[in-house]
Design a protein around this ligand. Structure first.
Ligand code: ADP
Length: 372
């Protein structure tokens, strides 16, 4: 029921008693929703003092209603969140609604519970803020699950790293013996023998590239990378010089708008741009590749964009391409290992950003990513 509906039910002299009963019933229902709500709800006056809490607040934090009534409870917040709480109070006093504020609250038994709160003003009949409410979500389980996932991820990367290392040695052996065989017996082999040997060498070369890329992937995020001020104009010159051969070979036209200076790991940024621009050049259609790069400031982040006129990607496959080995083509159509975009995603996530693609099959692709 909305506030105006509640107001319209206020009894007048004509409809007196029955409306009064209705209002009472509605208030009882709303009180029940408040008291038995599935999440903790705290109501405070405009100075932050507790006016009321529901049962779930008592259950999650262990403090009884009587213990917290009239208290500011700021001291129950972990110290690093106290300033944020003061700021939230100032904002809600101005009439703002603040969603998903993350904090940690100490319970009566001394445990610290991570929470996500939505804070909004409560107004009187003249729409004047008179108090505010906090709906608090206990996110302990979510946090624990996220930490477990992170740990699993680290273990998986560690496993892939060991695997790639262990595969390198036997691969080198096969490669050098294939080379020896070619050098010593190449002339004695017939046409079929030479062809078979070529397949072995090509197979080993492909495996070598896969292992090297897999090693690169497992390196991202293993050591804490050094962050410095990175001038993306300079970075570009380096990336274009690294891609010189591919640009010449395909007749690609690479253009860009002015680029910002960001706080990032320079080596990883070169790798990221090189993978994206390299792909934009590689996956071209019948026209020579045209690649355009831009960057725009958005709320607290820079949003970069690498746009091409290539073969495009159908909607159903757009998530898959960021997975390790997530390729949409075989090696004969477009050579590659399917690890480049997984590396890009790992780099961007390590920087606290997001990467995604907007594309349609046959109409080019736009890869976007953000860096805080
Ligand atoms: P690779 O380039 O080695 O195949 P990536 O991880 O870089 O691996 O890319 C994964 C897949 O995503 C590619 O195989 C391709 O199918 C698709 N893809 C990536 N970039 C583009 C692009 N600019 N245009 C069209 N398809 C792309």
């Amino acid at each position: 029921m909305t506030e105006s509906e509640l107001k319209s039910n206020v009894p007048t002299e004509d409809n007196g008693e029955s409306n009064l009963k209705q209002v009472e019933a509605q208030l009882r229902r709303m009180t029940k929703v408040f008291m038995d709500g599935a999440d903790p709800i705290v109501i405070r006056d405009l100075n932050g003092n507790v006016l009321d809490i529901n049962r779930e607040t008592e259950r999650v934090f262990g403090w009884s209603r009587e213990e917290v009534l009239g208290a500011r409870t700021r001291h129950l917040l972990s110290p690093e969140f106290r300033e944020l709480a003061d700021d939230t109070l100032r904002r809600v006093q101005r009439g703002e609604t603040i969603r998903n504020v993350e904090a940690a609250v100490r319970t009566k038994s001394g445990e610290v519970v991570p929470v996500l709160a939505t804070v909004f003003p409560l107004t009187d009949e003249n729409d004047k803020s008179v108090a505010y409410a906090e709906i608090v979500k206990d996110i302990s389980e979510l946090k624990q699950a996220t930490e477990e996932l992170r740990q699993r991820n680290r273990e998986l990367k560690q496993f892939a790293n060991v695997l790639a290392h262990d595969l390198s040695a036997p691969l080198r052996t096969v490669r050098s013996f294939a080379d020896l065989l070619q050098a010593h017996c190449g002339n004695e082999l017939n046409e079929k023998g030479r062809e078979d040997l070529r397949y072995i060498v090509e197979g080993v070369q492909r495996m070598d590239r896969l292992v090297a890329d897999l090693l690169d992937f497992t390196q991202v995020g293993r050591q804490s990378a050094a962050y410095t001020s990175v001038d993306c104009e300079q970075l570009f010159k380096q990336v274009l010089s690294n891609l010189h051969a591919a640009i010449n070979e395909t007749g690609a036209e690479v253009t860009r708008e002015s680029m910002p200076t960001i706080h990032a790991n320079a080596t990883q940024m070169v790798q990221l741009f090189q993978n994206l621009i390299g792909n934009a050049i590689k996956f071209h259609g019948s026209e020579p590749p045209k690649v355009h790069i831009s960057a725009e400031p958005r709320e607290g982040v820079w949003e970069f964009c690498v746009c091409d006129n290539g073969i495009g990607i159908e909607t159903e496959s757009q998530d898959k391409i960021f997975d390790v080995f997530g390729r949409l083509h075989n090696d004969d159509e477009f050579p590659g290992t399917g690890i480049g975009l997984a590396i890009c995603k790992a780099i961007i996530e390590q920087h606290g950003g997001r990467i995604w693609v907007e594309s349609e099959k046959g109409s080019g692709s736009v890869f976007r990513f953000t860096v805080p």
